[in-house]
Structures are given as C-alpha cells and as structure tokens.
Design a protein around this ligand. Structure first.
Ligand code: SF4
Length: 85
C-alpha cells in the first residue's frame, strides 16, 4: 500500500490486467505515476514513479484525460523496463 506523509494511502483501480492489480480493485504498487494522456504518450514506458521529477506539469480538464504510467501488463511485467517495487 502506498505511503503519503507517513500515512497509508489506498489506491483503488479496476485495470485487472495490470501487474499491480490485486483482487478487490486494489493497486499494490508502492508508488504510481499519473499524468495527462498526451504526456503519457510522449514519455517512454521506462519513465515511471521513480522518475516523477522529470515529468512536466500536465494539467487536465477531466479524469478521462489522465493516465497511469505505472501500468504494465500482467502477461509481461518486464516490458516497460522498470524494476518492480
Ligand atoms: S499501477 Fe496503475 S493501472 Fe496498475 S493497478 Fe495500480 S493504479 Fe491501476
């Protein structure tokens, strides 16, 4: 479960084919990186939560414009080249 300021943070996600997905719609990643869709398209898959400071600010107008950069398919969790936390 993710930590924020020493407090536990719960992240719920329904993307069931993600490597980090856990039954009950829970995300078991220690850190996730969320950005706008256009930035998610521009940045390579290797850019993730550990590189968060290298992401530009990317304001959005609705939730439909956001993307989880931490997603990686269950079938091939090495595909994004990120060391899994
Ligand atoms: S890493 Fe992102 S897509 Fe994957 S379960 Fe967590 S929140 Fe959902």
């Amino acid at each position: 479960m993710a930590q924020r300021g020493g407090q536990q943070q719960e992240i719920y996600c329904a993307v069931s084919n993600c490597h980090y997905y856990q039954s009950g719609h829970k995300c078991r990643a220690e850190k996730i990186m969320v950005c706008s869709d256009p930035i998610a398209h521009k940045m390579p898959d290797t850019m993730d939560a550990t590189n968060s400071q290298q992401f530009p600010e990317s304001p959005c107008n609705s939730c439909m414009e956001t993307a989880c950069k931490t997603f990686v398919a269950k079938e091939d969790p090495t595909r994004d080249g990120v060391n899994k936390l």
